[in-house]
Design a protein around this ligand. Structure first.
Ligand code: FAD
Ligand code: NAD
Length: 479
């Protein structure tokens, strides 16, 4: 057993697991991390980084074309090979040497292989060569195993060798014809990316485009996708699919249309990586999302902590929020609370306490890197109403702000602020427009800080920036 006893064992070395391990080591505990694929997880190699790299060059080109003077300097089209090459470097060429070096320098032990829980404080790791080692955790086992692409039971689809987000993110070329099933975040971003890379894209958005966002977000993205040549089919999906001998995929839609494509990308959500994790050893059901309390301890249906309260789950696997930054936020809370409990220090698990992931509830920021970008935090107007909040919704045309007109000719955008009328604070904020991503954090601070509208009048946005929309929204609200 020498060398296999640690204070904390983390299963999964995605962004979340890495941050948990880092945090506990900084707190003076020892940590091991178990990884079956690449250290860095989905985000680094097949999700956030490569997909944003696929989108960025086209966005920069669009921006240049919207400003006279710069526009004339653009003499060519998107260099697809250069885009894919830059994407490769952002995916570290699918090698994890850099991340492994970081683990080493941080004093975190790496065990490569499939991790399976065998008891409340033991994890068995099976390497590729079949060798097994059992790791014992003195204080905590943390599940940070993330999620994988979900495939629907559409007749013929699995045999048609569909792409998931992995194949799209790592594509070595843009297919001539790409059909996309799904209308959510990945579908919208990948339709934007592949249309710019030259594919003829058909988007089958059964529940609409970006149905979770404010309605104007989905409408603007739909309009822009159509302008860039994407065939957006709302309210329909694939009823069946098959790939013929020549490699063409034939899709029949639920409304009877037939579509031909060279690849079909299926992006309809995620499934938790808990199938082969040994959950049954603790009375949990393999393949299910894990439920956690506010300090990220895994709990049973009745709220009782599992495994003497020493089993935690953070990131995608607990289904609270499937975003890297929010998972890393959870990781900081988990790491710190494990250290506090190990050292018998007070646990601050109240609302906005150091050890509680309170922001998961109603203050989650997200940027969707479509054209236009969609940046949002907190609740949409309809979600706020459904939560019983007495709301007032303030809308403003972003193009009417001086900074927007300067930013680009023909700038189009929209901002919405959702106000809790009883508390006079902002509970939701959404922006749609070019380059609005970097505007979002001001809204996140206003929502998390529950800054009263009266005080926001004293937060003066500089002239002439797009941030002046804050002043315009307040003026529209009235003083
Ligand atoms: C196409 C796409 C684009 C995205 N873009 C963004 C974005 O721009 N911004 C954003 O915030 N989020 C984005 N996301 C979401 C983001 O990728 C996830 O929220 C994030 O990766 C979750 O991190 P995680 O550490 O929980 O899980 P993961 O990144 O999935 O990492 C989990 C790790 O655990 C390992 N593992 C699993 N089971 C075991 C086991 N039993 N034993 C050993 N190892 C195991 C896996 O191999 C993996 O390395 C995107 C997702 C997709 C699909
Ligand atoms: N920029 C970002 O922040 C970013 C980028 C990509 C992904 N992500 C995260 O990754 C996660 C996964 O993204 P996603 O796009 O796969 O999921 P999603 O939940 O965003 O969208 C899935 C979509 O598929 C549709 N759908 C569901 N079941 C279907 C079915 N059987 N047939 C047809 N359509 C169906 C739904 O209407 C939904 O809109 C999301 O939670 C997202 O937050 C974030």
């Amino acid at each position: 057993m020498n060398g296999t006893i640690y204070d904390v064992v983390v299963i999964g070395a995605g962004p979340v697991g890495e941050n948990v391990a880092d945090r506990v080591v900084r707190g003076g505990l020892s940590a091991a991390i178990v990884e079956r694929e690449l250290v860095g997880g989905e985000c680094s190699y097949w999700a956030c980084m490569p997909t944003k790299a696929l989108l960025r060059s086209a966005a920069a080109l669009r921006a240049a074309r919207q400003v006279p003077g710069a526009r004339e300097a653009v003499t060519g089209d998107l260099d697809v090979a250069a885009v894919l090459g830059r994407r490769d470097s952002f995916a570290s060429h699918w090698k994890d040497d850099g991340q492994v070096a970081w683990l080493d320098s941080s004093g975190i032990a790496l065990h490569r292989g499939q991790g399976r829980i065998v008891s409340a404080n033991e994890v068995e790791v099976t390497g590729d060569d079949g060798t097994r080692v059992t790791l014992t955790a003195r204080h905590a086992v943390v599940i940070a195993t993330g999620s994988s692409a979900l495939l629907p039971d559409i007749p013929g689809l699995r045999d048609a060798a569909p792409w998931t987000s992995r194949e799209a993110a790592a594509a070595s070329a843009a297919p001539r014809r790409l059909a996309i099933i799904g209308g959510g975040v990945v579908a919208s971003e990948m339709a934007t990316a592949f249309a710019a890379l030259g594919s003829s894209v058909t988007l089958l958005a059964r529940d609409g485009v970006l149905p979770q966002a404010e309605p104007f977000a989905g409408e603007r993205v739909t309009e822009s996708l159509r302008e860039s040549g994407v065939s957006v089919r709302l309210g329909t999906t694939a009823a069946s699919a098959h790939r013929d001998h020549s490699g063409t995929v034939h899709i029949t839609t639920t409304d009877g249309d037939r579509i031909e494509a060279d690849e079909v990308l299926v992006v309809i959500g995620r499934t938790p990586n808990t199938h082969d994790l040994g959950l049954d050893a603790l009375g949990l059901t393999p393949g299910t999302w894990l439920t956690v309390d506010d300090t990220l301890r895994v709990v049973a249906e009745d709220g009782t902590p599992i495994g003497d309260g020493r089993l935690y789950a953070a990131g995608d696997v607990n289904r609270r929020v499937l975003l890297t930054h929010q998972g890393k936020y959870q990781a900081r809370a988990v790491g710190d609370v494990i250290v506090a409990r190990a050292k018998d220090e007070p646990v601050e698990d109240g609302r906005w306490g150091r050890h509680a992931a309170t922001a998961d509830e109603r203050a989650v920021p997200q940027v969707i890197f479509t054209d236009p970008e969609i940046a949002s935090v907190g609740l949409t107007a309809s979600a706020a109403e459904a939560a019983g909040i007495r709301t007032r919704v303030i809308d403003y045309d972003l193009a009417a702000v001086a900074g927007a007109a300067l930013h680009a000719d023909g700038y189009q955008g929209h901002a919405r602020m959702v106000v809790d009328e009883d508390r006079k604070v902002i509970v939701g904020f959404t922006l749609a427009g070019p380059d609005v991503a970097e505007l979002l954090h001001a809204a996140t601070i206003a929502v998390v800080g529950e800054v009263p509208l009266d005080r926001l009048w004293h937060a003066v946005p500089p002239y002439p920036t797009v941030s002046e929309v804050w002043l315009r929204l307040l003026e529209t609200y009235g003083r």
